[in-house]
Design a protein around this ligand. Structure first.
Ligand code: NDP
Length: 444
């Protein structure tokens, strides 16, 4: 396999999909050497079979707003690979959603899910519908219309969706309700459900907590204490909120949060009390992060990202490509010692190169944010058992999984000088498991 040739071919066959090409390139570059040690992979054309999704469903979603106007949006489900378990991955509602973004996410999800040690394949879905500014009733009608199409392609042993950007507990609830009605069954076909109807404790917290657990593992390798470390967090949604919660609990000091309009910088630190305000602002009132600055009298910078502020650790938790090469240089120049990604692919290839060159800790989302899907996997297990576990039980399992992923990254990503390339480690560990499973199951 020659990475350049494979990429050239994918770009020709699937043009105008830059995020998909970017994700594939990152994985292929880091597995090239190991892959080429297996001539049987090349003979079976494994690379194309693992880069191209099994199938993609796309459909029109028609819904009516509160004023009686009829709208259409596009809906998608990308089922990437189910060689090691049922398709599994979130649903994203955001105006920017495109086949390219969902293909990159489903591709990444496949190898991330493989890393978790749980039996889950990879998928992703969503719509270019934006819940921002919509009433509750509009969001409900949209979710119901979306599932009216999606439901025939999913099921507890087929494909189990969850949340992602723009899809939280409220949206999962509406989608699950419609699914249950159409399928005429009660099964764990969605994860991230409410606690009263099959949801798991710690699922809302899992991605943010898991990211901090991964960060702790990295810091432990150099005996660095997280206490007192200033943390730059982006986003202010699910992942950002629970990242802050765990950081505060451990004595670290989150100083920034953002949304698509700008960021706040609170030099005093975001405390538990201020975080409670953010949760209410975002979950209940669906407000803007600028309101935090008004309430607590701190700096708000519109149309900007927080990477130029001084901090010790960066935890990008908003969206893809939110840290570019220039941002990365600022972070390194300001003395950041670790970057741990809550979001999926938030750092551009140029940014990753800067982190690697500076030899700081850099954990890609595929490893660091795998806690979310891991607890989704645990939710599936609880649903199958028709039992629910305590917070402590789930949290213990989450910690164990994050430690295990870290160990695998170290095992496959340690370079000759001792530096751990977590991108390489995560990609090799995640990819090889799926590759072996696909090989063992014949040419299909
Ligand atoms: P939410 O919708 O809860 O929050 C997303 C946050 O990011 C919001 O503050 C949003 O601001 C901001 N944001 C979204 N798009 C952009 C953009 N284009 N530019 C700037 N800011 C933006 O989503 P999550 O917290 O669930 O997801 C955040 C990231 O984490 C995503 O990359 C997701 O794929 C990843 N992830 C999530 C998991 C989960 O369990 N939820 C699991 C693993 C990864 P605004 O409100 O203005 O849109």
């Amino acid at each position: 396999m020659k990475v350049e040739q494979v990429l050239e071919d994918l770009k020709r066959r699937f043009p105008n999909e830059p995020e998909y090409h970017q994700a594939v390139e990152e994985v292929l570059e880091s597995i090239e050497e190991v892959y080429n040690e297996h001539p049987e992979f090349e003979k079976a054309n494994l690379i194309e079979r693992l880069c191209i999704p099994d199938r993609i469903f796309s459909f029109r979603v028609t819904w009516v707003d509160d004023k009686g106007n009829t709208h259409t949006n596009m809906g998608y489900r990308v089922q990437h690979c189910n060689a090691i378990g049922p398709y599994k991955g979130g649903i994203r509602f955001h105006a920017s959603v495109s086949p390219s973004i969902l293909k990159f996410l489903a591709f990444e999800q496949t190898f991330k899910n493989s890393l978790t040690t749980l039996p889950m394949g990879g998928a992703k879905g969503g719509s270019d519908f934006s819940p921002k500014g919509k009433s509750n009733a509009e969001v409900m009608r949209f979710c119901q219309a979306f599932v009216t199409e999606l439901w025939r392609h999913i099921g507890p042993d087929t494909d189990v969706p969850a949340g992602d950007i723009g899809v939280g507990g409220r949206e999962v609830g509406y989608m699950f309700g419609m699914y249950r009605k159409l399928a005429h069954e009660f099964t764990g076909t969605f994860t991230g459900k409410g606690l009263t109807f099959g949801g798991s404790l710690i699922r809302p917290e899992a991605t943010g907590y898991g990211n901090v657990y991964f960060l702790l593992e990295m810091l432990k390798t150099k005996n660095i204490d997280i206490k007192g470390k200033k943390c730059l967090v982006s986003g202010s949604g699910n992942v950002a909120q629970y990242t802050c919660e765990k950081l505060i609990e451990l004595g670290a000091i989150p100083v920034t949060l953002s949304d698509s309009n700008g960021y706040i910088y609170d030099p005093e630190g975001i405390t538990a009390e201020k975080l409670a305000y953010v949760k209410e602002l975002k979950e209940l009132y669906r407000g803007r992060i600028s309101e935090y600055a008004e309430t607590y009298g701190c700096k708000y910078v519109p149309n900007a990202r927080p990477w130029g502020e001084k901090g010790d650790i960066a935890l990008p938790s908003a969206t893809q490509n939110e840290v570019n090469g220039e941002d990365a240089k600022k972070l390194v120049a300001n003395g950041v010692i670790a970057v741990s990604e809550g979001a999926n692919m938030p750092s551009t290839p140029e940014a990753i190169a800067v982190f690697h060159e500076a030899k700081i800790f850099y954990a890609p989302g595929k490893a660091a944010n795998a806690g979310g899907v891991s607890v989704s996997g645990l939710e599936m297990t609880q649903n199958s058992e028709r039992l629910s576990w305590s917070s402590e039980q789930v949290d213990e399992k989450l910690k164990w999984i994050m430690q295990n992923i870290h160990e695998n990254c170290v095992k496959y990503g340690t370079e000759a000088d001792g530096y751990v390339n977590y991108v390489k480690g995560a990609n090799i560990a995640g990819f090889m498991k799926v590759a072996k499973a696909v090989m063992a199951q014949g040419i299909i």
